[in-house]
Design a protein around this ligand. Structure first.
Ligand code: COA
Length: 320
């Protein structure tokens, strides 16, 4: 038994914040941000919108594309590091909003690596026969946790949600292999310190703190390593990849890895110029857009690969 994606959907909040908008409040410029990250603009939620509000829109589109009714979903996984609240989980809130009755639901926390971790978990649960139809969502609203005076972080992130519906298939297609890894000793390089049980009143702040250079070095190393590893596990080579969908964090990280692997621009999907880094939503949004732009066809080999706080990283290889 394998798990196959039969529907995708994505949702971005309407408000656009451009690099020039940011340059009005912090010492930066459109030119610097484009050159050092590739980002041109990002989407930002308003104060009344929470992660589940984005997730529900993406999920509805994925369900409709999959031609499944809510009753047919038997598990919901929401990958997020910005849940609506500590509990109930955002997955349970989403379940209620979608009117899904016959399902289990839980959140998965692996920050920007969330979707790759979620896809590995969901496909494993389908492969072992525990579930048939799974709604898997990556959704985050990291802009709510930015220090808008820190030019090293506030330029990078945006909000969004992406969703897929997975179903069981007995054909040799869908998610073929997964590879997940964490290096907790580097966790200190990307932290949101306040709000958890160590500091419930968030005396240490509820804003993202990042050692940009360290995370950059880590990202370059592990993006390449995770693609190499997943190819090795699947007994494939870079030449077999039809499309690489990397985590959309920084164009320099993506270009470096594409060059090392000998992948041409046509074989690497990039949309970070429009949305910045949307955390767990970045890969499912990119997958949805790549599909709608005709960049993926039946039988293609797609590699999803990313990294995030933890520090974590991983990859999945899919036969479409
Ligand atoms: N605008 C203008 N100048 C900026 C700036 C900005 N937004 N941010 C930093 N700078 C300055 C720095 O202060 C530094 O100035 P100095 O030389 O006078 O000290 C200079 O630019 C170079 O800073 P540096 O940190 O070396 O820049 P960089 O090329 O490493 O780019 C990041 C910074 C954050 C863009 C980059 O490190 C990065 O993308 N890291 C990975 C982040 C990431 O992906 N995080 C999410 C993981 S899921």
């Amino acid at each position: 038994m394998r798990a196959k994606i039969i529907g995708t959907g994505s949702y971005l909040p309407p408000k656009i914040v451009t690099n020039n908008d940011l340059a009005k409040t912090v010492e930066t410029s459109d030119e610097w941000i484009r050159e050092r990250t590739g980002i041109e603009e990002r989407r930002v939620t308003d104060e009344n919108t929470a992660t589940s509000d984005l997730a529900v829109e993406a999920a509805k589109k994925a369900l409709s594309a999959a031609r499944l009714s809510p009753e047919e979903i038997d598990l919901i996984i929401v990958c997020t590091c910005t849940p609506d609240m500590l509990f109930p989980s955002t997955a349970c809130i989403l379940q209620d909003k979608l009117g899904i009755k016959n399902a289990a639901a839980f959140d998965l926390s692996a920050a920007c690596s969330g979707f790759n971790f979620g896809l590995a978990v969901a496909s494993g649960l389908i492969e072992n026969g525990a579930y048939k139809n799974i709604l898997l969502v990556g959704a985050d609203t990291l802009t709510k946790y930015l220090d808008w005076t820190d030019r090293g972080t506030c330029i990078l992130f945006g909000d969004g949600a992406g969703a897929v519906v997975l179903t069981a298939t007995d054909k040799e297609e869908g998610v073929l292999r997964s590879y997940l890894k964490a290096e907790g000793l580097f966790g200190k390089y990307l932290v949101m310190p306040g709000g958890g049980s160590r500091d419930p009143e968030a005396k240490n702040g509820r804003q993202i703190r990042m050692a940009g250079k360290e995370v950059f070095k880590f990202a370059v190393r592990v993006l390449e390593a995770s693609v190499e590893k997943i190819l090795e596990i699947a007994k494939l080579t870079p030449a077999d990849i039809d499309l690489l969908i990397p985590h959309q964090a920084n164009i320099r990280i993506i270009d470096h890895v594409a060059k090392k692997m000998g992948l041409s621009k046509e074989k690497v999907y990039v949309n970070l110029q429009k949305y910045g880094n949307t955390s767990a939503a970045s890969i499912p949004i990119a997958l949805d857009e790549a599909l709608k732009e005709g960049r993926i066809k039946s039988g293609d080999l797609i590699v999803l690969s990313g990294f995030g706080a933890g520090l974590t990283y991983g990859a999945n290889i899919i036969q479409w």
